[in-house]
Design a protein around this ligand. Structure first.
Ligand code: ADP
Ligand code: MG
Length: 288
């Protein structure tokens, strides 16, 4: 039988916006030694803003932004939404055809007969486009038109103020290792890792590489402690499912993520995980 105290712990947690799917997960929170965070939308706000448009070819900056907005017009990625917002005008869908989104890379579209690519270094390399690699903080979206490099757009995301609080609280609770996984560049990953003083950063990961990296980390933490993965739910479901404890954040995450998660945080504050661990420790003191 399940000790009654677990119900108290689960009920107390739910009143704080932390939904725990079973007493076993509450118990497992007592032995967390590693916490792995997704970056975008989890440690950062996931609200990107275009800060620079830099043309390197024939196009004006305005044209460059227009091409990019059309290339991104069917995407729901936070990067795409920021480019659509910066463009600020309506998209005439008749001007484009053959839209394609390449997960972890970017997008492709034909616009009035011209082949347009918008995406990261990986996409440019895959398409044999010679691109520039500016030493600027932020996420870079490169643009190519008809096989020629056209320039780049700089996009900035911000670290949530709650992320620092989460890191400090988790360390105070004795969590040994804090890790971040991201599909974004090494440069951006390392910047954020440094600001939050995380222990390990794995960047430029495609969605299936995130799963692989998580499995590797789970193997390493088999010294007895549990590994928690915290993600905002966008493309995270397979990773959430493989962690000892999968935590989906935001409450508004995808159904797949909420389904795959063991714990759902109703707010977008990563520090709620530390609160959950505190509740687990208190519950244990009552139960045993
Ligand atoms: P994460 O959530 O860890 O940032 P994603 O897999 O969502 O990872 O994206 C990884 C990278 O792929 C992004 O940082 C970006 O460089 C590129 N990318 C993905 N989708 C798009 C898009 N629609 N437009 C431009 N770049 C994109
Ligand atoms: Mg993400």
């Amino acid at each position: 039988s399940i000790p009654l105290g677990f119900f108290g712990g689960i009920g107390g947690a739910s009143r704080r916006g932390i939904l725990i799917k079973g007493g076993n997960y509450l118990e497992a929170l007592n032995k967390v030694d590693t916490v792995v965070f997704d970056k975008t939308g989890t440690l950062t706000k996931g609200v990107f803003q275009v800060t620079q448009v830099v043309n390197k070819g024939e196009l004006t900056n305005a044209d460059l932004l227009e091409y990019a907005a059309y290339a991104e017009s069917y995407s729901n990625h936070p990067i795409a939404l920021s480019i659509q917002r910066a463009f600020g005008r309506e998209i005439d869908a008749r001007r484009i055809s053959g839209y394609e989104e390449i997960s972890g890379h970017g997008t492709k579209v034909t616009m009035e007969g011209r082949a347009v690519l918008a995406g990261n270094d990986r996409l440019m390399e895959q398409e044999n486009i010679l691109y520039e690699d500016p030493e600027i903080p932020g996420t870079i979206v490169h643009l190519a038109v008809d096989g020629a490099y056209a320039g780049y757009i700089v996009i900035a995301d911000e670290i949530k103020s709650d992320s620092l609080k989460a890191v400090k609280a988790l360390r105070d609770l004795g969590v040994k290792k804090l890790v971040m996984l991201t599909g974004d560049s090494k440069r951006v990953g390392e910047q954020i890792g440094k600001e939050l003083a995380l222990d390990e950063i794995y960047a430029e990961l495609l969605p299936d590489q995130k799963v692989h990296q998580l499995e590797h980390l789970t193997g390493k933490s088999r010294s007895g402690g549990n590994l928690v993965f915290v993600g905002d739910g966008i493309n995270d479901a397979p990773v959430l499912a493989r962690a000892d404890i999968g935590v989906a954040m935001g409450g508004l995450g995808s159904d797949a993520a909420i389904e795959a998660a063991d714990i759902v945080l109703m707010t977008d504050e990563p520090s709620k995980l530390a609160e959950a661990i505190k509740i687990a420790k208190k519950t244990r003191n009552i139960v045993w």
